[in-house]
Ligand binder design. Structure first.
Ligand code: TPP
Ligand code: MG
Length: 372
């Protein structure tokens, strides 16, 4: 899969990645840790900016943790390039990225500090290295969750569709998300109960990848049902794969949200260019029920979240593919919940003040304010 890799040469296993291209990046040193260090639970990393080696080390005891929240190894504070202002980053927050894959630490992501490491290992060591502190009471955490949920629920009808899908899909069922209005909200609203049960398009945002990906998930899913959602536009990229689904009788429920448009492009044209009517975004769709029939795939049409919920539940009785067309209209923008910077011209209903205490890290408190 094409990742956003930097233009210059990179050495995936070495330590010679040019710092100008990957500022602030750290990766594991070439030298393996000594067995004593391994036993002590240290992770060794080498700065891409400066050649010294650094270590995140388990503190001997909680008392050994210093005030900056870094253990005696203490080298995390060294990288200091300010994150620039890509539209995906907030104005104030700085980010520390942890990824085992060096390619995922590169632009367009803007890391203050990038750690190339196994996420579980790095997080365990980091959490032991910082001084434990109680930021939230249980009461506040509940209020915060409710506040977040209110913001999700305000994006309607997408929130109802996300709930309908989650409710219908068994906990171990596989959900494949796409670039469609309900899919965008799913990124923050679809509750995931287990590993390998949520598949998304990642940074690539490749329209149309979802349905064929769902077929692969079905092949590897040990008979678990896969629910794939796509817009009518994105489905057009790969609708011929209905033949594959039929041929191998794959357990896929394919939901096509039919709004008759490249809905997101229409929304951008209206919002950014102030057009009353977008152009080049209305689709000449096939009749989806006729299409399903042509491939000998059962098809059903619904026009509400409840209808979708019932249709997905019914599809679980099938062994093979089912196509569900959900007829929808124009939907409000879900983007304020997905970006940390406000989008001009987009309004979401006020969900009340952020219940985080005033002493919570500013970056967290700012999210709610920025997202309107
Ligand atoms: C391969 C590819 N082509 C084009 C795009 C640009 N693009 C992103 S969303 C979108 C419109 C999607 O329309 P639809 O699938 O109908 O979803 P809707 O927004 O209407 O729910 C387009 C053309 C993309 N991200 N990837
Ligand atoms: Mg559409």
């Amino acid at each position: 899969m094409g990742r956003g890799s930097p233009s210059g040469p990179t050495k995936r296993t070495g330590t010679t990645i040019p710092s100008a291209q990957w500022p602030g990046m750290w990766q594991p040193t070439n030298q393996p840790p000594s067995s004593a260090a391994a036993a002590a639970g240290t992770v060794h990393m080498t700065s891409i900016r400066s050649p010294e080696r650094t270590t995140i080390r388990r503190p001997a005891s909680p008392a050994a943790t210093d005030t900056a929240g870094v253990g005696p190894g203490g080298a995390l504070a060294v990288a200091a390039s300010a994150a620039s202002q890509a539209s995906w980053t907030g104005r104030g927050p700085k980010f520390v990225f942890i990824n085992i894959d060096a390619a995922d630490l590169t632009p367009p992501r803007e890391a203050l500090i990038a750690l190339r490491a196994d996420a579980r290992q790095a997080l365990e060591l980091l959490s032991e290295a910082v001084r434990p502190r109680r930021v939230l009471t249980e009461e506040r955490a509940t209020a915060l969750k409710q506040w977040a949920q209110n913001q999700i629920d305000a994006v309607s009808p997408q929130a109802s569709y996300v709930r309908a899908l989650r409710d219908a899909l068994p906990e171990n069922g596989i959900f494949v998300n796409e670039l469609t209005q309900v899919g965008y909200l799913s990124r923050v609203a679809f509750q995931v109960y287990g590993p390998n049960t949520y598949v998304g398009p990642g940074y690539q945002g490749t329209l149309g990848y979802g349905f064929p990906t769902a077929l692969g998930a079905a092949v590897g899913g040990n008979g678990r049902r896969v629910v794939s959602i796509t817009g009518d536009g994105g489905f057009g990229w790969n609708l011929q794969e209905l033949a594959t689904a039929r041929k191998y009788d794959l357990p896929v429920t394919l939901v096509v949200f039919n709004d008759g448009h490249f809905g997101n492009v229409r929304a951008i044209q209206k919002r950014v260019f102030g057009l009353d009517e977008a152009f080049g975004t209305n689709l000449e769709n096939p009749d989806f029920m006729t299409l399903a029939k042509a491939f000998r795939v059962p098809g059903v049409r619904v026009d509400s979240p409840d209808g979708l919920n019932a249709a997905v539940k019914t599809s679980l009785q099938e062994t093979g593919p089912v196509l569900i067309e959900a007829r929808v209209g124009e939907m409000p923008s879900p983007w304020p919940l997905l970006r940390l910077q406000p989008l001009p011209g987009v309004k979401v209903p006020d969900s009340g003040p952020n219940p985080l205490p005033a002493r919570a890290p500013a970056a967290f408190r700012r999210v709610g304010k920025n997202s309107r």
